[in-house]
Design a protein around this ligand. Structure first.
Ligand SMILES: Cc1cc2nc3c(=O)[nH]c(=O)nc-3n(C[C@H](O)[C@H](O)[C@H](O)COP(=O)(O)OP(=O)(O)OC[C@H]3O[C@@H](n4cnc5c(N)ncnc54)[C@H](O)[C@@H]3O)c2cc1C
Length: 403
């Protein structure tokens, strides 16, 4: 395999590393560049859906994550005012996936293990401290310019380029791809604590979405911590809402605890719903947050990004090794995965946002009553859980070859 068949990848997040693993394991050389000096370990996604685990199992990664994570067999919609809950049991997916549960596991555990596996692959080169900046293309390949923090620049040449460099993707900007959508008004605060909310909140599932007119919240259990997501005002002062006093008051409001809550991590961010106008230009394609970003209600951002990476990497294998038509394959990738981001991921996560913040108590009660009926009706439960677990989205959008 010559250098001209090398795939360049910008970004060592879940999307870039998963694409790198599939390509090298298929015998295709990859060079992966990460802007940071080390792999980021900040508090980000923590949910792996069943079909994502099925995909990661093919790379020998899923069981390592399962061993290092927490199996969540159920998730819930709750009402803050009434304490009422509808609980969905993912056990109904038995037989449709090898992993009939949500795996609660921090995304840095995936990137850490995937990077280690790639370090051991002779066909992979991983380089830290190099940020993708500009992209030029000709008939024979793609040239990527990289910059170091000290201002040094250099170029790399490859047959194809994957821009997996996150929401502010330099590759997407270099390709001049519009990233339309909107930003939610409020800011989102995430805090994590070792205090066990299940001891104070009765009948609490490991993943819960609690609706309220003013103070909705999400509780997510990971192996060692509970993570709490709450909205704060658009103009809230970041220092104030990240303070011990503010977070303590919010957590005590969610579940009274004897003594102050120890806080393990805290972060604040703004949330967007955006999808790129196209996922490919010539020999360059974008994947993951570079291509689509959405709110975390449903845990679909990282999962969708991994699905992009798997789809794109398998198509590049067909192009490079089997001589499949590159234009047709990359257009197919863009069409399949863009449609699923727009019609499914953005729609589903935005609907979740509307439900969780519903101001009318009657509408909230009606939604919960519907959800309880779904949870108690096997066919309806399976259909609902398949959608939430992204199985339907995967079934529609992962065919490698165009029909
Ligand atoms: C603060 C925050 C909290 C989040 N919380 C949740 C959550 O609770 N639940 C959920 O489902 N999702 C959450 N997400 C979204 C989730 O983390 C992303 O969907 C997921 O990380 C996307 O993976 P990715 O590989 O596409 O991009 P990323 O994980 O962003 O990886 C991109 C990588 O590229 C690197 N990079 C950036 N620019 C360049 C460049 N020019 N050249 C080379 N490398 C570059 C970055 O350093 C990074 O390592 C959160 C995101 C953020 C930012």
């Amino acid at each position: 395999m010559s250098d001209e068949q090398t795939v360049l990848i910008a970004g060592m997040g879940p999307a870039g590393l998963v694409a790198g693993l599939i390509l090298t394991r298929a015998g295709i050389p990859v060079r992966i560049f990460e802007a940071e000096e080390v792999l980021p370990t900040d508090l980000r996604a923590s949910t792996f859906h069943p079909p994502t685990l099925d995909m990661l199992a093919e790379l020998g990664v899923a069981d390592l994550l399962v061993a290092d994570g927490l199996k969540a067999p159920t998730y819930q919609w709750r009402d803050r005012m009434t304490g009422d809950a509808a609980t969905f049991d993912l056990g109904c997916l038995e037989g449709q996936t090898a992993y009939p549960f949500r795996l609660q596991c921090e995304q840095f555990k995936l990137t850490r293990v995937a990077a280690q596996m790639l370090e051991a692959e002779p066909l992979a080169t991983l380089q830290f401290g190099w940020a993708a900046s500009t992209v030029t293309q000709d008939e024979g390949g793609v040239t990527l310019t990289l910059s170091a923090k000290d201002g040094t620049t250099r170029t790399e040449r490859g047959a194809y380029l994957i821009g997996a460099d996150g929401a502010s993707s330099a590759v997407r900007r270099a390709l001049d791809i519009p990233f339309e959508g909107f930003t939610y008004a409020e800011q989102w605060v995430v805090a994590s604590t070792p205090v066990d909310f299940a001891e104070t909140i009765p009948n609490l599932a490991p993943v819960t979405y609690t609706a309220d007119a003013e103070e909705w919240f999400v509780l997510l259990r990971t192996k060692d911590l509970w993570r709490v997501l709450i909205p704060v005002a658009e103009d809230a002062d970041a220092e104030e809402v990240m303070s011990d006093a503010f977070i303590e008051a919010k957590l005590q409001g969610i579940a009274p605890h004897d003594g102050p809550y120890p806080i393990a991590h805290r972060t604040i961010y703004r949330v967007h719903q955006r999808v790129a106008e196209t996922y490919r230009v010539g020999r360059a394609a974008i994947a993951g947050d570079a291509a689509h970003i959405n709110n975390p209600l449903g845990g679909m951002g990282m999962n969708g990004g991994i699905h992009d990476a798997v789809n794109l990497a398998h198509k590049l294998v067909r192009v490079i090794q089997d001589g499949a038509d590159a234009d047709a394959m990359l257009d197919h990738y863009s069409k399949q995965r863009r449609a699923i981001a727009e019609e499914y991921v953005l729609t589903h996560t935005h609907q979740n946002k509307q439900v969780i913040e519903e101001k009318d108590p009657d509408k909230r009660a009606a939604h919960l009553a519907r959800m309880k009926e779904v949870a108690a009706t096997p066919d309806a439960l399976l259909a609902y859980v398949r959608k939430g677990a992204m199985l339907d989205a995967v079934e529609k959008s992962m065919a490698v070859d165009p029909a």
